[in-house]
Structure formats: structure tokens, C-alpha cells
Design a protein around this ligand. Structure first.
Ligand SMILES: Nc1ncnc2c1ncn2[C@@H]1O[C@H](COP(=O)(O)OP(=O)(O)OP(=O)(O)O)[C@@H](O)[C@H]1O
Length: 264
């Protein structure tokens, strides 16, 4: 767990709001992430967590606010601009290409970094062949790092659920992100898989030197690996701070955690 709170923020989100018709889904959301942070975004169903992710990846344009990434305001830019600047995410519902192998799922994610069009892909001059060899090597390396190598040739649809989730993370890492958003990475996992995942996420942060913000209902995982946590309720941030403070915050207990201290 490493927070480098003295360095300038990698991501600075200011006064982010969005409304859908009459519904204010998120109001005045602020967060500042330093390089190396592993932060959590929690709150009840419908609190606005995924909507925040959708704004932070260019899927939704906020009605107000700024998303400063490395000092540049990304609001209004298309989603690929977020990717090319080093922001990647996973989704709550797994979005793998089910009929492609694990390796091909990763290769596709590498594509925005390759930078050649359709014609060279068909004609395959020497440079393209070399690039493809390098990409394959990188992808195999990534699979190996995430203990996915035995599944390289398995179709995504035939992989166990926990492995599919890990492959989603590997696919996000293939874009070489500086900032990674994980939307409910533990959803649908059994307790053993959650334990392994918690270790993996902490390890990924360190190994890939990536800053992580995750949405999760699994409180044990959040409290164990996150160095700071923001809590949303009805689109409004009701608390922000270190896990211990969040766990004992009366507003958070009232809105989400309950007296037992565990929402999930
Ligand atoms: N495209 C949209 N159009 C209309 N309403 C939307 C849209 N996207 C989200 N909402 C609404 O915004 C609110 C916040 O939804 P969101 O999915 O962000 O919540 P969440 O905190 O991620 O919930 P969960 O934990 O259940 O995933 C909900 O009332 C939802 O119905």
C-alpha cells in the first residue's frame, strides 16, 4: 500500500456533475489521485459510481467540472483520447470477445498502440511482421505475469469466471495505462477468488506502476488494499479518507456499511 501524497496529482477531478433529464446522478464529485494510489469508490447501488467512471473515461460528458490528467483537462475529448493518454478501465459486465482466445483478446487491446492501418495489415511488409512479433511477445509476457499463460489459446467464453475477470484486467493493462479503473472486479467471485484477486490488484499496482481506482461492494477487499476511499450516496460524496476513518464514519455506516461494518 503506497500513497505518495507529496507528488503532484496524476488525476485531479474538480466539481464533476452530470444529470440525466431531471435526475442528478452525480453532483460536485472531486477526487485527487497521486501516482501509486490504490483508491476505492464505494456506495450503495445506484449511488453514481459507474457514472463517475463513465465520465472519467469519456463515455459520458459531464454537465459541469474538470478532469485534469497530468494537468490536461480531458472533458469533451473522445474516449480514445483517454486511452492514448494512459487511462484504461474494466467494466462491471465482462466485455471480452467471447469467441476469441485469451491471447487474441489481449492482442486486440494492443492495437491502438501499434499505429498502422488496414493496408499494411494486408500487405504485411517487413516492419509490420516485426511489429506483430513484438506485440505477440508482449502479450504472452502479460499473460505470463498474470498467471494466464496456460489459457492463452482458450476461447474467452470457455474460461472460468474468475479467469475471465483477470483477463479483462490483463486486457486493460495491454494499453500500458498510467491510471486503471476497475469496476467491481470481485463481482461474482467466490471468497477464495476474492482473496487471490486482492493480492493480484495490490501486486499489479506495484509491478506495472499503475495508479488504480476501483469500485467494489466487497468491503473486506476494499478495506484491505485501498489506501484511501471515497463514498458516494445519491450522487453526493459523503466521506473521503483512509479505510479506518471510513469504516467508523457514522454517515457511511448509516448510508452503506450498516452497524456490522460490511455492506457485502
Ligand atoms: N445513461 C443513463 N441514463 C439515465 N440514467 C442513468 C444513466 N446512467 C446511469 N443512470 C442513473 O444514474 C444513477 C447512478 O447509476 P450508476 O450505475 O452510476 O450507480 P452505481 O453506483 O454504479 O450502482 P451499482 O453499484 O448498482 O452499479 C442511477 O439512478 C442510474 O439509473
Amino acid at each position: 500500500m503506497a500513497s505518495q501524497e507529496t507528488s503532484s496529482p496524476l488525476l485531479e477531478v474538480r466539481h464533476l456533475s452530470i444529470a440525466f433529464g431531471g435526475l442528478r446522478a452525480v453532483t460536485d464529485f472531486n477526487i485527487s489521485l497521486a501516482e501509486g494510489d490504490l483508491a476505492g469508490l464505494i456506495g450503495p447501488n445506484g449511488a453514481g459510481k459507474t457514472t463517475v467512471f463513465n465520465m472519467l473515461t469519456g463515455i459520458y460528458e459531464p454537465t459541469e467540472g474538470e478532469i485534469l490528467f497530468g494537468g490536461e483537462n480531458l472533458v469533451g475529448k473522445p474516449t480514445h483520447a483517454y486511452t492514448t493518454r494512459g487511462i484504461a478501465r474494466t467494466f462491471q459486465n465482462i466485455r471480452l470477445f467471447k469467441n476469441l482466445s485469451a491471447l487474441d483478446n489481449i492482442k486486440i487491446a494492443c492495437h491502438p498502440r501499434i499505429g498502422y492501418g488496414l493496408l499494411p495489415a494486408f500487405l504485411r511488409p517487413k516492419g509490420v511482421v516485426e511489429t506483430e512479433r513484438q506485440v505477440e511477445e508482449e502479450c504472452l509476457f502479460l499473460l505470463e505475469k498474470l498467471d494466464l499463460l496456460p489459457f492463452a489459446d482458450t476461447l474467452a467464453k470457455n474460461l472460468p469466471y474468475g479467469i475471465q475477470r483477470r483477463l479483462e484486467i490483463a486486457r486493460a493493462l495491454a494499453t500500458s495505462p498510467k491510471l486503471l479503473f476497475l469496476d467491481e472486479p470481485a463481482a461474482g467471485m467466490n471468497p477464495q477468488e476474492v482473496d487471490v484477486l486482492a493480492d493480484s490488484i495490490a501486486w499489479i499496482r506495484k509491478e506495472f506502476q499503475v495508479t488504480i481506482l476501483l469500485i467494489e461492494h466487497h468491503m473486506q477487499l476494499v478495506m484491505e488494499i485501498c489506501n484511501r476511499i471515497s463514498v458516494l450516496n445519491f450522487g453526493v460524496t459523503i466521506a473521503e479518507g483512509k479505510p479506518e476513518a471510513i469504516r467508523n464514519d457514522p454517515k457511511v455506516i448509516e448510508a452503506y456499511l450498516g452497524k456490522g461494518g460490511a455492506a457485502a
